[in-house]
Design a protein around this ligand. Structure first.
Ligand code: C5P
Length: 210
């Protein structure tokens, strides 16, 4: 085995509460991030997995930190990263949160038909000083959008996929991805299980850090 690396991985959705029983979120299941955590631990690497609310078991040998909101995920990520780590952001972080969260359940009669939103921090963009890998789930202009994000967020690589394609994206067991690098190079992979994609990503991280 190559030198053990220190992986910090975000996974799953975040929840942004409107009141104690209502929230904004998305359909992420966390499968991709958990698969990377599992593959990296199996290959002998140290792994910290920062997980939003998901129904998945912690892979063996992985240290898991559970969070709910984007701001909690950001704080956990800042605490976990170090200059020698590889930060892989697979989480589907909610880009917006309600400006206020009511302390008691809002009655229907008290609810407005408008919810004021504020931007959440971009965790991947804000983390600095380590090797960063991102994901880009796109519905159109996949390569252009992913390349732009790779450069804008200062990533070593971005893993892009078209979420409208069958067997790729939210909740599926398979994925068809393209690795994209900041210099514009691309490496398309064939459709494979998320665990196989995960192994390829971990191997690519080993190459990037060698
Ligand atoms: O800009 P976009 O949301 O498409 O970027 C996707 C990448 O950025 C993913 O790797 C995702 O985990 C990360 N991200 C993040 N914090 C956000 C939004 C996205 O870490 N607030």
């Amino acid at each position: 085995m190559k030198k053990p690396l220190n992986f910090v991985i975000t996974a799953g959705p975040t929840r942004e509460f409107i009141d104690p029983v209502r929230f904004l979120s998305n359909p992420s299941t966390g499968k991709m991030g958990f698969s990377i955590a599992r593959a990296a631990a199996k290959l002998g690497h140290k792994v910290t997995l920062i997980a939003g609310p998901v129904a998945l078991k912690t892979p063996s040998g992985v240290e898991r930190v559970d969070v709910v909101s984007a701001r909690e995920m950001f704080n956990a990520a800042k605490e976990a990263v170090s200059t020698d780590c590889i930060f892989i952001a697979t989480a589907a972080v909610a880009d917006w949160r309600p400006k206020t969260c009511a302390t008691k359940k809002l009655k229907k009669t008290e609810m407005s038909d408008v919810i004021k939103l504020v931007r959440n921090p971009d965790i991947l963009k804000s983390i600095s000083g380590c090797v960063k890998i991102g994901f880009a789930a796109e519905t159109n202009d996949v390569l252009e959008e992913a390349t732009r994000k790779c450069r804008e967020k200062n990533l070593a690589m971005i893993v892009a996929n078209d979420v409208t394609e069958e067997g790729a994206g939210f909740g599926t067991d398979t994925n068809r991805v393209v690795f994209i690098y900041p210099d514009g190079r691309t490496m398309p992979l064939k459709k494979m299980s998320k665990l196989a994609v995960a192994r390829r990503i971990v191997r690519e991280c080993e190459n990037i850090c060698s």
